[in-house]
Design a protein around this ligand. Structure first.
Ligand code: MG
Ligand code: ZN
Length: 241
């Protein structure tokens, strides 16, 4: 019998994550890993944000799903470059999958790369993809106890976005409780509340993202489509299997 320790797998993942991050930095791309349960509203949130970027950033998306390309098709309709990863059962993305997906993108033309992870509040917490920022999405219909029950994913995130806030009157979701719980685990992470289908709260999230991109380095927002001195597009090397 062969037993592979999870720690070993995570170490291997970390090596690829570091490589991804190096590639993203070299290309001047700011990368965000979006995590949350299935149905939390991750894709709808992205649609709303992209609708308000007004060419201030050139985005692209990597969609992680167990099967199908429904979300990627939605992103494609916005004329945002998108690559679909089908994990064929795996319940999270890992850094090798992202390295393979990146080969389908022209990194040097991008300012912002959003990786929508597989819907999952558990093991997505353990896999660094090489992102600069992780954002966790929680909808009001999931309940306000999730931070206490799934602390790892919230503790490791750089922002919490509470979605479907327009539905909260129909639930017993307590946003104050959630905010307090989040501040305890991740004191520096801002907490946003949005109703993405109505566009409520989206400008604040979009502006926060733009500011984060700006602060990250030389990739000047607004450079989309213009001449780009960042000609480097390092090959991520072998993508693994
Ligand atoms: Mg989705
Ligand atoms: Zn998993």
């Amino acid at each position: 019998m062969k037993i592979v320790a999870a720690k070993k797998l995570l170490r291997a993942n970390q090596k690829f994550a570091v490589e991804n991050r190096t590639n993203f930095n070299a290309a001047g791309v700011f990368t965000v890993n979006v995590v949350g349960s299935p149905g939390a509203g991750k894709t709808t949130l992205l649609e709303a944000i992209f609708g308000q970027l007004d060419d201030r950033l050139a985005p692209a998306v990597i969609e992680g799903d167990i099967a199908g390309s429904i979300d990627a098709q939605r992103i494609e309709q916005l004329d945002v470059p998108v690559v679909q990863i089908n994990t064929e059962g795996a319940c999270h993305l890992d850094a090798t999958m992202v390295a393979a997906a990146v080969e389908g993108l022209k990194l040097e033309l991008l300012d912002l790369l959003v990786i929508e992870n597989v819907g999952n509040l558990v093991c997505t917490a353990g896999f660094d993809l090489g992102e600069q920022l992780r954002v966790v999405v929680l909808s009001v219909s999931e309940g306000d106890d999730k931070i206490v029950k799934y602390p790892a994913i919230f503790k490791g995130s750089d922002a919490l976005i509470i979605t479907k806030s327009d539905l909260s009157a129909h639930t017993n979701f307590n946003a104050d409780r959630v905010t307090t719980d989040m501040k305890r685990l991740a004191p520096d992470a801002p907490v946003f509340q949005v109703a993405a289908l109505q566009g409520e709260g989206i400008p604040a999230v979009a502006q926060w993202l733009i500011n984060k991109c700006k602060a990250a380095g030389p990739s000047a927002p607004g450079s989309a489509g213009g001449s780009n001195p960042r000609g480097m597009n390092l090959s991520p090397g072998k993508a693994g299997g």
